[in-house]
Design a protein around this ligand. Structure first.
Ligand SMILES: Nc1ncnc2c1ncn2[C@@H]1O[C@H](COP(=O)(O)OP(=O)(O)O)[C@@H](O)[C@H]1O
Ligand SMILES: [Mg+2]
Length: 238
């Protein structure tokens, strides 16, 4: 579904992503982990075409990532929500519904804003929403077109516990529908029982690409090892 080959992204004098390769298949829910500055957001922004890659090849369903065919197949939740100040919650969903020609968008949009407790906020302008509410609108907008690939950059940041649980449920549902999810996070417990596979980045490189079970086995004693333990072990400085 998503193939990243030898991707490098260099800002002026910083190599933010350094020759990484990975493939995501249909139905995969993959956690993209790594300390601050590891290159997670840069990787995701390059995949969605917001940043130009320095080198490498990215394909989505075999289409080059910047082609229209590729763009029809994915959705993206940015690290910080980018909404239109002067549109209401409902108007955002309406806009996405029309722009992506979503069938039965009203029904789907109502369901989403109910799940995220935004129903009584639907006529509020986005500039009047709290940060967490904006994040929820951003997630609802991303889910509405129901494409095959979902790229979420730190989606849990700012969400209340109910919305975190709802988001996790939605990831599970997406996986059951054979959709593909890449979710970057440094909130490890939010994905511990969710992702079947983790990619760990550090200094622009992928230092671990493993099934969650395998990763636990590597460090032995799977009952008592948390993802946090594993993460701190693999990312510690030598
Ligand atoms: N616009 C930018 N210009 C220059 N350097 C940047 C820019 N954005 C990110 N970086 C640098 O790239 C590296 C990776 O950042 P980022 O991808 O945001 O990491 P993460 O999302 O894992 O925290 C960091 O060293 C960061 O300082
Ligand atoms: Mg980031």
């Amino acid at each position: 579904m998503l193939k990243v080959e030898h991707l490098t992204k260099q800002y002026r004098n910083v190599v933010a992503v350094d020759d990484i390769s990975f493939t995501l298949n249909k139905g995969d829910i993959v956690g993209l982990l790594g300390p601050n500055g590891a290159g997670k957001s840069t990787t995701i922004k390059t995949i969605v075409g917001l940043l130009r890659k320095t080198a490498g090849v990215i394909t989505i369903d075999n289409y080059p990532n910047t082609s229209l065919e590729a763009k029809k197949r994915f959705t993206y939740v940015p690290e910080a929500p980018e909404l239109y100040d002067m549109l209401t919650v409902w108007e955002h969903l309406q806009f996405i519904g029309y722009a992506y020609d979503v069938a039965n968008f009203e029904e789907k949009a109502e369901r989403l804003i109910e799940r995220y407790d935004l129903w009584d906020k639907r006529d509020i302008l986005s500039k009047e929403l709290s940060k967490g509410m904006k994040q929820k609108v951003s997630i609802c907008c991303a889910l509405l077109p129901e494409p095959d690939l979902y790229l979420f950059d730190e989606p849990m940041i700012g969400l209340d516990p109910k919305s975190i649980r709802e988001t996790k449920l939605i990831f599970k549902e997406l996986s059951e529908q054979q959709k593909t999810v890449l979710v970057s996070t440094h909130l490890l417990d939010s994905i511990e029982n969710l992702c079947q596979r983790v990619l760990v980045m550090k200094n622009g490189k992928i230092i671990v690409d493993m099934a969650m079970e395998e990763m636990k086995r590597e460090l032995g004693n799977s009952e008592n090892v948390s993802l946090e333990d594993l993460f701190l072990e693999v990312t510690k400085d030598e």
